[in-house]
Design a protein around this ligand. Structure first.
Ligand code: KIV
Length: 284
C-alpha cells in the first residue's frame, strides 16, 4: 500500500512528465478497488447524482449526500488522495457558505481537497478557500452544473475566440491560488496549451493527452452508466452486461430449483435433527 500523495507529489509528477491517474469513486467497495489498482487521486464527484441516484443531471445533488459518499470513499481508500466535489449552490450564493461547505469535506469526510466549477467568475471564492487553508482544484471548460447556460453537455473552446476564453479562465483559476485544475471537454490543442502554460497540474476529462493527468467517471470506465456515453469515454469492461447476466442466472436457478444447493445450507448440529423431529412430533 503506497503512501497517500500530496499536492507536492502531483507538482513533481507534472515536472517529471509522469501522468496522474484520476478516477471518480462514490462508494466504499469501488474506493477499495481503486486503491488496490493504484489510482493517484479519487474524485467524489457530484456526477453521483446521475451515476448513483439516477437524476437527469448534477443540479439536485446536496451537500449531505456528498459528505456521506465522501466518508465511504475515504474509508475504502485511506491511502489515496480524495477530492470532494462542491455541489450546485454549495458555493455560489456567498463566500462564507462556500468556505463552510468546503470545510465540511475536510472535517466530516477526511477529504484532502475540494473541487468547484467555474473560471473568472468564481476566482474570489477560490481565493477565499485557499486563504482558509483548503487545497482547491478548479474545473473549467464544460461545467455540468451550468450546462443550462452552455446549451447542454457540449464541448467548449472549439473556435479560436472561445478557446481564448477557456485559457483566460484557466489563468484566472491559477492566479486565484488553485492548486490544480480540471479541464473538461475542450480540444486537445487547447488542453495542451493550458498544460504547458500553467505551473499547476492540469487534469483532463476530454481535454486530450497533453494534460498532466486523466480523469474518467468510474461508472463509464466499468460500463455501468447506460444513459449516454460522452466522446471522451473509454470503457474498460461491461459491468452492466456481467451483472445483468448474473441476475438472469439467479432468476433461472431459483425458479428452476437449482438454488440453493446442499453447500448453501446450514446443517443442524450432530444428533439435533432427530431430537428436533421428536420434539415437533410430541408437540412440546
Ligand atoms: O462530478 C464529476 O464527476 C465531475 C466530472 C464530470 C468532471 O465533476
Amino acid at each position: 500500500m503506497g503512501k497517500r500523495k500530496t499536492i507536492y507529489d502531483f507538482l513533481q509528477m507534472k515536472k517529471e512528465g509522469k501522468k496522474i491517474v484520476f478516477l471518480t469513486s462514490y462508494d466504499f467497495p469501488t474506493a477499495q478497488f481503486a486503491e488496490t489498482a493504484g489510482l493517484d487521486m479519487l474524485l467524489v464527484g457530484d456526477s453521483l447524482g446521475m451515476c448513483v441516484y439516477g437524476y437527469e443531471g448534477t443540479v439536485p445533488v446536496v451537500m449531505d449526500q456528498m459528505i456521506y459518499h465522501a466518508q465511504a470513499v475515504r474509508r475504502g481508500a485511506p491511502n489515496t488522495f480524495v477530492i470532494g466535489d462542491m455541489p450546485f449552490m454549495s458555493y455560489q450564493s456567498s463566500i462564507e457558505k462556500a468556505v463552510e461547505n468546503a470545510g465540511r469535506f475536510l472535517k466530516e469526510a477526511g477529504c484532502d481537497a475540494i473541487k468547484l466549477e467555474g473560471g473568472k467568475r468564481i476566482a474570489g471564492v477560490i481565493r477565499a478557500l485557499v486563504d482558509a487553508g483548503i487545497v482547491v482544484m478548479g474545473h473549467i471548460g464544460l461545467t455540468p452544473q451550468s450546462s443550462g447556460q452552455l446549451g447542454g453537455h457540449k464541448a467548449q473552446g472549439r473556435t479560436a475566440d472561445l478557446a481564448k476564453l477557456v485559457v483566460e479562465d484557466a489563468l484566472a483559476v491559477q492566479a486565484a491560488g488553485a492548486h490544480m485544475i480540471l479541464l473538461e471537454a475542450i480540444p486537445p490543442e487547447v488542453g495542451a496549451y493550458i498544460a504547458t502554460t500553467l505551473t499547476i497540474p492540469t487534469l483532463s476529462i476530454g481535454a486530450g493527452p497533453g494534460c498532466d493527468g486523466q480523469l474518467l467517471i468510474v461508472s463509464d470506465l466499468i460500463g455501468q452508466f447506460q444513459a449516454f456515453t460522452p466522446k471522451f469515454v473509454k470503457k474498460y469492461c461491461n459491468v452492466a452486461e456481467v451483472v445483468t447476466n448474473a441476475m438472469k442466472s439467479y432468476c433461472a436457478d431459483v425458479r428452476g430449483g437449482a438454488f440453493p444447493e446442499e453447500e448453501h445450507c446450514y446443517r443442524m448440529l450432530e444428533g439435533e435433527e432427530d431430537k428436533f423431529k421428536a420434539l415437533m412430533k410430541s408437540g412440546r
